[in-house]
Each structure stands twice: as C-alpha cells, then as structure tokens.
Design a protein around this ligand. Structure first.
Ligand SMILES: Nc1ncnc2c1ncn2[C@@H]1O[C@H](COP(=O)(O)OP(=O)(O)O)[C@@H](O)[C@H]1O
Ligand SMILES: O=C(O)C1=C[C@@H](OP(=O)(O)O)[C@@H](O)[C@H](O)C1
Ligand SMILES: [Mg+2]
Length: 178
C-alpha cells in the first residue's frame, strides 16, 4: 500500500473492528491508537481518564497518532475524538487517506450502550451525550477525504467491503503496491 488508511468517526462506528478486518484482507499492519495508548500507559482508557484526565489522554493520543503514521503504511483506527484536533487532521492528511465511518445515532447507541469502556459516556444521560457529541463532531468528520455511509444492517465484513469499494472509486492509488 502507498499510504495509510485512517478510520475516523464516532464511538461505536466500527473503527476498531472494521480496521482489523481491513488489515486481514489487505495483509497490512493495523494500529489502533487506543490500543497503543493503553499499552504505553499500562492502563485502560477509563483508568487513564480517571487518573490523568482527558487533556493528558488527548496529548498521548496525538503522540501515538504521529508515531504510527511515521511507521509503514497500514490501517490506523483512531479514537472518536482524535479527528477533532486540527494538528491530528494535518498529520493524517500528510500520511494517508481519511475515511469517515458515518453511522446514525441509533446504530451507534445500540453498539455502545452495554459497554462501560468509554469514559465520555459515563454520564446521567449517555444517549443524550452521544447525540450531542455526534451533532458537534459530524461537521468536522465530514472534512474526511472519504465518507462511507454505514447502514444499520451492515456487518463488520460488509462495512470493510464498503470502505474498499469507496477507496477503489475515489483513491485507487492508495491500494497500489508501495
Ligand atoms: N459493522 C458492524 N456491524 C456490527 N457490529 C459492529 C460493526 N462495527 C462494529 N461493530 C460492533 O460494535 C462495537 C463497537 O465497535 P468498535 O469497532 O469498537 O467501534 P469504534 O472503534 O469505532 O468505537 C463492537 O462490539 C463491534 O464488534
Ligand atoms: O470519542 C471519543 O472522544 C473517544 C473514543 C474512544 O475510542 P472509540 O471511538 O474507538 O470508541 C476512546 O478514544 C476514548 O474513550 C474517547
Ligand atoms: Mg475503537
């Protein structure tokens, strides 16, 4: 592959799951910024947020993103907030193609509601929080190079196929051998 494919979008959009599937299909490395942050900190995301705060997490996220984008081209699954920082968007634009997994609120909520792994949703009204974050972030996610509309009925495999179809249509150069 010529440059990295960077998956962006809301919590529950499938960035981690679809990223892993794309890596398997393309036979390229997969890096998930949340996984890398947790490994470096020897702590989980909720632990990092509770102990060090969100600002600390965001600083580590930018460092990890820069590091993985300097590595060999592959799939990079980001955390949902990474794309909000202009410096992160600039790093991604230099090193790869950004793909927004665009899911509607009901799909996101169905996927995230059982899991206590997302500290931003530990509020009195998590669905309302998710809705507000989606409304705030959607215009910024829309700056991605490619938008893939994910349907509620799509499996992880079907979503990966949609991403590859979109890349072939809009950026066939990315999938060519380096
Ligand atoms: N296209 C999909 N179809 C069905 N389930 C999915 C799909 N994408 C993700 N999931 C499931 O939804 C949950 C959240 O997905 P995840 O990949 O962690 O999202 P993200 O990294 O964007 O927050 C996981 O349990 C995952 O297996
Ligand atoms: O949207 C966000 O700000 C966050 C998304 C999470 O990643 P996923 O999008 O993979 O759930 C994780 O980075 C952290 O909990 C913050
Ligand atoms: Mg994830």
């Amino acid at each position: 592959m010529k440059s990295s494919i960077v998956l962006i979008g809301m919590m529950g959009a499938g960035k981690s799951a679809v990223g892993a599937e794309l890596g398997r299909r393309l036979g390229v490395p997969v890096r998930d910024t949340d996984t890398e942050i947790q490994a470096a900190a020897a702590a989980t995301i909720p632990e990092i947020f509770a102990r060090d705060g969100e600002a600390f997490f965001r600083a580590r996220e930018s460092e990890v993103l820069a590091r993985v984008l300097r590595g060999p081209p592959g799939i990079v699954s980001t955390g949902g907030g990474a794309w909000m920082r202009p410096e992160n968007r600039a790093l991604v634009a230099e090193a790869g193609v950004s793909v927004w997994l665009d899911c509607k609120l009901s799909t996101l909520w169905r996927r995230v509601k059982q899991k206590p792994t997302r500290p931003l949703l530990q509020t009195a009204d998590p669905r309302g929080t998710l809705e507000r974050l989606l409304a705030e972030r959607a215009p910024v996610y829309a700056l991605a190079d490619i938008t893939v509309a994910v349907q509620d009925s799509d499996s992880v495999e079907a979503t990966a196929t949609r991403v590859l179809d979109a890349l072939r249509a809009h950026r066939p150069d990315i999938l060519e051998p380096a």
